[in-house]
Design a protein around this ligand. Structure first.
Ligand SMILES: Nc1ncnc2c1ncn2[C@@H]1O[C@H](COP(=O)(O)OP(=O)(O)O)[C@@H](O)[C@H]1O
Ligand SMILES: [Mg+2]
Length: 266
């Protein structure tokens, strides 16, 4: 069997005398698509930053694409992990082209002049934009794109290079319903493609889960409350437990909807 894309064993993070992550065990298989759900402040971004090799945990073992953190060159391993988070978008120069946003991921860079690139890199960036249906935006300045277009470009960036794990931290944040639905459809196409590496999508809305996603990890106060195949893991009970309020949950046409049950306190 191929190596797991991600294997966390007893991973915890302690900050200011408090465990913001308890002891997380989590294995992401090479062809799995995981959604990470949990309330604000539950530790989702911290967890994904560890997987992206951007943050070293206080304790536990981190294995990414068969390589163990602490026993491997983290800079070269980082290039095999595609990671998109709001903080990155904020650091990009507004006049950088969409193509360069994608291309610079080859060196985990933010500007094209920090490294040299060839025609093959430029062609690959265009191919990644095309996979998200935004190749026509290649020469547009990032700052002139709509929020929905920007998110698609950032997802395309995560696919640049020899990537074995794609991590998307709340790519839907701030999108209107049209932008959200367009992104969910794009992520669904990507997840359905066997050529796409393992994927992890962080959100706090079940409405944003693409239908083809296969697994779910639920977190509350830094602890995993449920994890496994999405059909058995994502239930009204597990969701209520994770968000700390009584929730009903339905699935229709592959999409999920959650709402507060009758017992919610006004
Ligand atoms: N560097 C840090 N120092 C102290 N506390 C932090 C730090 N980073 C995150 N936290 C805290 O850890 C908790 C989890 O944060 P985060 O992983 O961003 O949650 P989420 O992405 O689920 O909203 C929050 O309470 C947050 O305030
Ligand atoms: Mg977060």
């Amino acid at each position: 069997m191929a190596d797991a894309a991600l294997r966390l064993t007893g991973v915890g993070v302690r900050r200011d005398g408090r465990d913001i992550l308890g002891a997380v065990d989590w294995v992401v298989g090479p062809d799995q698509r995981w959604v990470v759900l949990g309330p604000n402040g539950s530790g989702k971004s911290t967890l994904v930053k560890i997987a992206a090799l951007q943050l070293h945990p206080t304790r536990g073992e981190v294995e990414v694409l068969g390589e163990q953190l602490g026993r491997t060159d983290v800079r070269s391993l980082r290039q095999r992990v595609g990671y998109a988070a709001a903080a990155l978008a904020d650091m990009l120069r507004p006049t950088i082209t969409a193509r360069d946003v994608v291309m610079t991921a080859r060196h985990a860079a933010l500007e094209p002049w920090w490294h040299s690139y060839d025609d093959a890199d430029r062609a690959e960036a265009l191919d990644r934009l095309d996979r998200l249906g935004v190749a026509h935006l290649a020469e547009r300045e990032f700052g002139t794109l709509s929020s929905g277009e920007r998110q698609r470009v950032l997802v395309a960036r995560t696919l640049m290079g020899d990537v074995g794990l794609v991590l998307l931290d709340e790519p839907n944040a701030g999108l209107d319903v049209g932008g959200r639905e367009w992104l969910v459809a794009g992520l669904d196409d990507l997840a359905a493609d066997v050529a796409t590496p393992a994927m992890v999508l962080v959100t706090h809305h079940v409405e944003e889960i693409p239908p083809t996603f296969t697994h779910a990890l639920l977190v509350r106060d830094g602890d995993v409350t449920a994890a496994g195949p999405i059909e058995e893991t994502l239930t009204a009970e597990s969701l209520s437990d994770t968000f700390g309020l009584p929730l009903d949950l339905t699935r229709r046409g592959g999409r999920w909807t959650a709402w507060a049950g009758k017992n919610i306190k006004p």
